[in-house]
Design a protein around this ligand. Sequence first.
Ligand code: PLP
Length: 383
Amino acid sequence: MQAAAIACCCAFIAVKIREKIVRLRKQWSASVIQGNVTKLIGNTKLVYLRSLSNLSGCKIYGKCEFLNPGGSTKDRIANGIIEDAIKSGDIKAGATIVEGTSGSTGISLAMVARARGLKCLVVLPDDVSQGKIDLLEKYGAVVEKVKPASISNPEHYVNVARRRAKEIDGGFFADQFENLSNYKCHYTGTGPEIWSQTNGYIDAFVMGSGTGGTIAGVSKYLREKNPNIKIFLADPPGSGLCTRVNYGILYSKEQEEATMLRHRYDTVVEGVGLSRLTENFKVALDAGIDKGYAITDQEAVNMSRILLREEGLFVGSSSALNCVAALKAARQIGKNKTIVTVLCDGGHRHLKRFWNDNYIRENGLKVPTVSDNLENLFNAEIL
Ligand SMILES: Cc1ncc(COP(=O)(O)O)c(C=O)c1O
């Protein structure tokens, strides 16, 4: 009788142990296996930038947005914009996401559209590299090429995209510059991640502005957590945002001197800089930007080569720009501070231009050598 009771007890314990193991296995799977590619977006790591930190006496970290599955920070807004529009009913089954973009946003939108069973049309100027078009098509996007035109021209690629979204049955214009879902996904994602990854010990955040979504969402979140956190803008040549932040006037030296060449903003840095205020950037202005740093192209190019040499980090042009500004911010706010900036994408997307020595020379810049070091960047005049 006693033996039967013991056997019964043992069987009961064995069942409970088995149940526990099954539960733990499920929990473990849920933590390491994701349901689809969109679940891999965000929660990117921070990397300690040793060389910049050692030189400045601050702790400088880069948020590794190049680790997103589509290779850039734009995955977040592609997912955020589409998710919000599905919730609001603006996107229905079989919809076509339409955007006018020559940058990473097209690739991210095409990826997210594929993962969610939607279609994607990207309108872009016909001078965009064939490599970018190939990549978009590999992701399943339909690409429409138009002649380059100014933004005030109805044939500008963004205006054509807006029109196409109306013409196509089930078309949805993503509108990354003005759509506030852009900054909101950084407010609910990137900002809180940075706050928790630094345990709230963060003194400054440094970022350039393309649409303004990242700087707006992250600044708004961080400022709400701690109003003393400094926000710095990194701005490339030809952009009017830096003077807007520092002096209240949207203006750039290059506009006055009428030296605008082939490129929109006459810079080798892609994805950032603008001469108009977007709805997303206005949110950043409301949150409060302490100072803008006007970074030269040469500084951005030098920083990119130094980051690869000293840190093994192969990043794109806007990431290098951010790191130059982070170094300047460190010099101005003093030692022992924690500064976070963003590594927006990897260098692989920039092999034909920013990482091409011939392109650098053709744009009147010097190909950096080992004598172009961090000390020079740290001690350079702050513009
Ligand atoms: C490579 C890259 N870095 C940075 C940015 C700027 O981010 P945001 O649009 O959030 O201002 C962009 C925007 O297009 C970009 O393409």
